[in-house]
Write a protein that binds this ligand. Structure first.
Ligand code: A3P
Length: 376
């Protein structure tokens, strides 16, 4: 009797065991198939989309194109400087410039890695060094529309304010790039800061330099307008631009006036870099015909002309060219409120006197650059 109960129990438990086994195998099979399908579909989507777009998602240090901040990646093709050059030219003065862990663990980078792409941060190959209030933000926002250009969103001020932090710090402020993308950074004060040309040279002798320039008188007024917007009791432009209240002597120590003597600053840069590594962009033409100037920039950087007139439209309300879409937004938009401000009325005699002051310096600048900007 006991024997028969035991046999019965045995039959029951082996049946249960068999059922459990079949259930387990089925579960494992379905879960494997599901995961395989999911992985295949993810890979397909990734291949179909432009992989580079993954890298155009906002970076940790990026700001929107309309941000009020006034101010990043390199080596595109044959003529752009290979990012690896940066590594080989790290100056001995920066022993701390050891390679950072180049890839972070975020899913988008893991996916790129699965595709054999290794996103990493590089020191910039190209710098927009100035000139302040000449259209530097517009230039950066326009050129970064190119899929092979990646830019630091805000002004890093490494070469003028944070140089002691070393190249490792600087690189950490650059966006992730994949092979063939250019790393770019814009800090307009680089152009006028004495120590900067030599420091950039020590980082990489092949750095490409972009310089937007504008009629120095308009630039000075723009500079003043910006300062006045932050200080309610600011003196009038005419009082600040001249010494002793008459228009006889121009105050060359006043920042907005001083910065406009472009030739003086350019000479310092030409001491370290050949003219062929510098590209001058007309701030006036960047407003009138942005596609033309951006075309020149793409050629200079060895990039395919991807950014064209199709990317721009003229916004009559703003009075400036705006973008149909950008890295940050897929809808039409203009630069922020701090770009394209209304300038105050300035006495015509003061303007004439400033034009007279700048004329010889402008001529020197035309001579150094080989370009006649035809400023009045
Ligand atoms: P204003 O605000 O005085 O008009 P920066 O970016 O170097 O600070 O330069 C600001 C200047 O860029 C602006 O000076 C404006 O004239 C000029 N600019 C050029 N293209 C522009 C654009 N598409 N939108 C707004 N401003 C532009």
């Amino acid at each position: 009797m006991y024997m028969s109960i035991w046999c019965h129990n045995l039959n029951l438990s082996s049946r249960s065991l068999a059922i459990a086994l079949v259930a387990c195998v089925t579960l494992v099979y379905f879960s494997y198939s599901f995961n395989a399908c999911l992985f295949a579909s993810l890979s397909r989507t990734l291949q179909q989309s432009n992989l580079r777009n993954l890298l155009t998602l906002p970076q940790r240090n990026d700001t929107s194109s309309s941000s009020s901040s006034s101010s990043n990646n390199a080596d595109a093709s044959t003529t752009a400087t290979p990012s690896t050059t940066n590594a080989t030219t790290t100056p001995p003065t920066h022993p701390a410039a050891q390679p950072l862990p180049s890839i972070d663990g975020a899913p988008k980078y893991q996916m790129l890695r699965q595709q054999g792409l290794r996103p990493s941060r590089h020191l910039p190959d190209t710098l927009i060094i100035g000139v302040k209030k000449s259209g530097t933000r517009a230039l950066l926002e326009f050129i970064r529309l190119h899929p092979d250009v990646r830019a630091a969103g805000s002004e890093v001020h490494f070469f003028d304010r944070h140089y002691q932090r070393g190249l490792r710090w600087y690189r950490h402020h650059m966006p992730y790039t994949i092979e063939g993308q250019i790393t770019m950074e814009k800090t307009p004060s680089y152009f006028v800061t004495k120590e900067v040309p030599q420091r950039v040279y020590h980082m990489n002798t092949a750095t490409k330099l972009l310089i937007v320039v504008r009629d120095p008188v308009t630039r000075a007024i723009s500079d003043y307008t910006q300062a006045a917007s932050k200080k309610s009791d600011m003196k009038r432009f005419e009082q600040l631009a001249f010494v002793n209240g008459s228009y006889a002597v121009v105050d060359t120590n006043w920042g907005p006036v001083k910065i406009g003597v472009y030739a003086r600053y350019l000479e310092r840069w030409l001491h370290f870099f050949p003219l062929s590594q510098l590209l001058f962009i007309s701030g006036e033409r960047l407003i009138m015909d942005p596609a033309y100037e951006i075309g020149r920039v793409q050629d200079f950087l060895g990039l395919k002309r991807v950014v064209t007139e199709k990317h721009f439209y003229f916004n009559a309300t703003k009075g400036f060219p705006c973008l149909f879409k950008s890295e940050a937004r897929s809808t039409p938009h203009c630069l922020g409120k701090t770009k394209g401000r209304n300038h105050p009325h300035i006495d015509a005699n003061a303007i004439e006197r400033l034009r007279e002051f700048y004329r010889p310096f402008n001529n020197k600048f035309y001579q150094l650059t080989g370009i006649n900007f035809a400023w009045p």
